[in-house]
Design a protein around this ligand. Structure first.
Ligand SMILES: [Zn+2]
Length: 347
């Protein structure tokens, strides 16, 4: 791309420039002289050139209500087309494949009536260019969607406290911390052999409740983020979240009056949610915790709850119905992490 041409393009505005941009892109492609930077600069203008062509087609069937007749725009367009199509191009031929354009005179007349450049591509080339645009647009959209998912997966990872991020059910810490029965039950949750929406990890402090819950969450994120994961798995990974209840309530305090805090909305909508340390939140937040659990149960979304509370304590503290969701084996999968495990040896 020589500088003269480049500055010429830069100085143009409106449909003419877009048309030239389109033609130049095509010429580069044809001559395999692609200038990546310029092509990128011009790419989005090509769609508008196509639109110009469509407007001309329309003008053949619908008389324009407002004429902005300008023979100059046609003359300018032809000048631009010659510049773009390269040596030897003549008006009336396709600027891409050089075939003779049918009804050239009518096309010019219609373009003149609308004050826009006449189309200089044959129907086949117009279609090729449109399809090329559509493919490029789809590729851009897919790329953007993949980036968006990747960012959400990063958020999902980021929500898990660092010290719980590294462990999986198969890793040595889980085998060391958890009772074999608890580990087996956790595996069933992961493989959906136990598919109730609420899974409650019970047991005293240091019994491995959070480690197990986070190991399941981490494994779900890891599988969904892996190359080749299906769409459902990758959606599940992108929407997974960990919430530490003793500090979660502050998110609600920061929200404007009468609107649900984004953190609460997110907790309700998460594909898989760890609610860590139920009972550790301030009394004022219990209703909100109950609401999140009820809403997720209703939507059949997997919620992994860790708590040191026993059934009667849950019944006494939370609104009606929560105890059944969380602590009744008929409704929830209860994973008993048992007595406090030996503390891992400091190494
Ligand atoms: Zn053509």
């Amino acid at each position: 791309m020589n500088q003269e041409l480049e500055s010429y393009v830069a100085g143009l505005d409106g449909p003419q420039a877009r048309f030239l941009a389109a033609a130049l892109c095509e010429r580069f492609r044809r001559e395999e002289q692609a200038d990546d930077e310029l092509a990128a600069l011009l790419a989005d203008r090509r769609a508008v050139a196509t639109e110009c062509e469509q407007r001309v087609q329309l003008s053949k069937t619908h008389a324009p209500s407002e004429s902005t007749s300008s023979g100059e725009s046609v003359g300018e367009a032809i000048k631009l087309a010659r510049l773009a199509a390269g040596d030897g191009w003549q008006p009336g031929a396709c600027a891409r494949c050089r075939c003779a354009l049918e009804g050239w005179a009518e096309r010019v007349a219609a373009a003149e009536a609308l004050g826009i450049p006449p189309p200089v591509y044959c129907d086949t080339c117009s279609r090729d260019l449109r399809e090329h645009d559509a493919r490029e647009r789809r590729a851009r959209e897919e790329e953007a969607a993949a980036e968006f998912r990747a960012a959400r997966v990063r958020d999902a990872w980021g929500s898990i406290p660092e010290r719980f991020r590294e462990h999986r059910l198969r890793s040595s810490l889980c085998r060391f911390l958890a009772r074999p029965e608890a580990l087996e039950d956790a595996r069933k949750v992961l493989t959906l052999a136990k598919n109730r929406p609420v899974v409650t990890f019970v047991g005293p402090a240091q019994s491995g409740k959070t480690t197990l819950a986070c190991a399941i969450l981490a494994e779900i994120i890891e599988r969904g983020a892996a190359r080749g994961a299906d769409a459902a798995m990758s959606r599940r990974a992108a929407g997974a979240r960990y919430v530490y209840l003793p500090t979660f309530v502050e998110a609600r305090k920061r929200s404007p009056l009468n609107s649900e805090a984004p953190a609460v909305v997110q907790a309700k909508a998460a594909t898989v949610l760890v609610l860590d340390e139920m009972g550790g939140e301030p009394e004022s937040a219990r209703e909100m915790v109950g609401e999140i659990i009820q809403s997720r149960h209703h939507e059949n979304r997997l919620t992994l709850i860790t708590t040191g509370l026993k059934g009667p304590q849950v019944a006494a503290r939370y609104p009606g119905g929560i105890v059944a969701r969380v602590a009744w084996p008929q409704q929830a999968t209860i994973i008993d992490c048992g007595p406090t495990a030996r503390a891992p040896e400091a190494t």
